[in-house]
Design a protein around this ligand. Structure first.
Ligand SMILES: *Cc1c(COP(=O)(O)O)cnc(C)c1O
Length: 423
């Protein structure tokens, strides 16, 4: 094909050759552990490439060896995922957490300093604060309120600036939708680069899917996903993905080979199917979310709302949003007037919207971050980041928006507000 096509046009066919699979229009599930070599010489050549013993010859392609190293369902999936972020290469994992933890383990060693945005997803927070210190990694968290100069100063004050090696960012942050300026972080990281060490930046882009934000274009080295969320999109699988340039991805894929935490061929196949509708699903969810957020913002039982589409002009968050995101997404957080009692009454009264954690699926989900997804974060910190008793998070799905608004409206009607505490 000469014309360069948009990713959504290529999700049904890219990277798959029907003639290798009896002409089947769809890629079959390759449930096989190992692959037959045509000759011993061919087996030797594939292993030389797999273990990095030599560079590829001109036109040489890596062959299939063993499903922990490569498998057609995963390779085709990785090639298609690359298109959304414009990355050289991609690696898919058995979960978002295995993608994130593999990157942290590969780009950090004992004595190094990790700088990370805060809040982060609960599992990431646990890995950073409870596992990495055990292997001698120093950590520094920062919030979206910190300026460029404050961040540089905080890094210098750790006493570990000379071993600052890696940055982990999550933007928009779950569940507050607060934004981190990736380009600003690139400038900060570059101040600490020396001849001996680079400073890599990895962004957890789960909240914006691969559609509404492309961190590699803003100076990140790696972009990571919980593919369980928008990429999978049907709440029926667990998976993760990492994308970046060829050099960094060789490192990620090599560690994946030895940890053995790649996705299964079956999950790979499910994700191939999901990718065909990624764009229309995400756009439908966003259209619904804009209407739901608008309804909530005008409701008298709602104290405040956090949605990227309703950021106030002139604020730092609005500036970052304009610079870095192409749409407001489908995650809406709001504070109900009252506290836990009122929030629970609302959640227990929903009929169409399901009460569950997770996000990015076709069905709308609602949850209470303080006692559910963020139950592991310490109390003082929760308050500082705005996760209060009154906060409710909704992942808006593809249902009819009038039905969603009816459901949310009737659930709010069930809530009686006696004492009006401002949340
Ligand atoms: C869900 C999630 C993860 C973890 O992904 P799993 O697939 O559940 O392992 C990481 N980051 C964010 C922002 C998430 O929402």
């Amino acid at each position: 094909m000469n014309k360069s096509m948009k990713p959504e046009s290529l999700m049904m066919s890219y990277g798959y050759k029907p003639e290798l699979s009896e002409g089947a229009i769809k890629c079959p599930i390759f449930l096989t552990s190992t692959f037959v070599f045509k000759s011993a010489e061919e087996g030797k050549a594939y292993f030389e490439l797999a273990y990095g013993k030599r560079e590829k010859l001109p036109g040489e392609e890596m062959g299939l060896i063993y499903s922990r190293i490569n498998n057609p369902d995963l390779e085709i999936l990785e090639n298609r995922l690359r298109l959304w972020d414009g990355a050289d290469d991609c690696a898919v994992f058995e979960s978002g957490m295995s993608a994130i933890s593999t990157v942290l383990l590969e780009f950090l060693k004992p004595g190094d300093l990790l700088v990370h945005s805060s809040p982060t997803y609960g599992g990431t927070d646990h890995f950073i604060n409870h596992f990495l210190p055990k292997i001698g990694v120093h950590t520094l968290g920062f919030t979206s309120e910190m300026s460029e100069e404050d961040l540089v100063k905080a890094i210098e004050e750790t006493g570990h600036a000379s071993t600052f090696a890696h940055m982990h960012l999550e933007t928009p942050a779950n569940p507050t939708n607060s934004l981190i300026d990736i380009e600003m972080c690139r400038r900060v990281a570059d101040r600490f680069v020396t001849d001996e060490k680079p400073v890599t930046i990895a962004v957890d882009n789960t909240y914006m899917g691969p559609l509404w934000q492309h961190p590699l274009k803003h100076g990140a080295d790696l972009v990571m996903y919980s593919a369980t969320k928008y990429i999978g999109g049907h709440s029926d699988l667990i998976a993760g993905a990492v994308l970046g340039n060829a050099e960094n991805m060789v490192r990620v894929k090599t560690l994946r080979t030895f940890l053995g935490n790649m996705a299964s061929p079956h999950t790979g196949w499910m994700l191939l199917r999901s990718l065909e509708t990624l764009k229309i699903r995400m756009e439908a969810m966003q259209e619904n979310a804009i209407k739901v957020a608008d309804f909530l913002s005008q409701h008298d039982k709602v104290a405040s709302i956090k949605y990227l589409g309703l950021l106030e002009e002139g604020t730092e968050n609005h500036r970052i949003y304009k610079q870095q995101c192409s749409g407001p997404g489908a995650m809406v957080s709001f504070k109900i007037k009252g506290g836990e009692k009122e929030a629970f009454k609302f959640l227990n009264s929903l009929q169409l919207v399901k009460l569950a954690v997770s996000l990015g699926g076709t069905e709308s989900l609602a949850e209470h971050p303080k006692t559910m997804t963020h139950a592991g974060v310490d109390e003082a910190h929760l308050e500082a980041i705005g996760v209060t008793d009154a906060l409710i998070r909704i992942s808006v799905g593809v249902e009819n928006y009038e039905d969603l608004i009816w459901d949310i409206g009737q659930a709010l009607d069930q809530v009686t507000i006696n004492v009006i505490e401002t949340a």
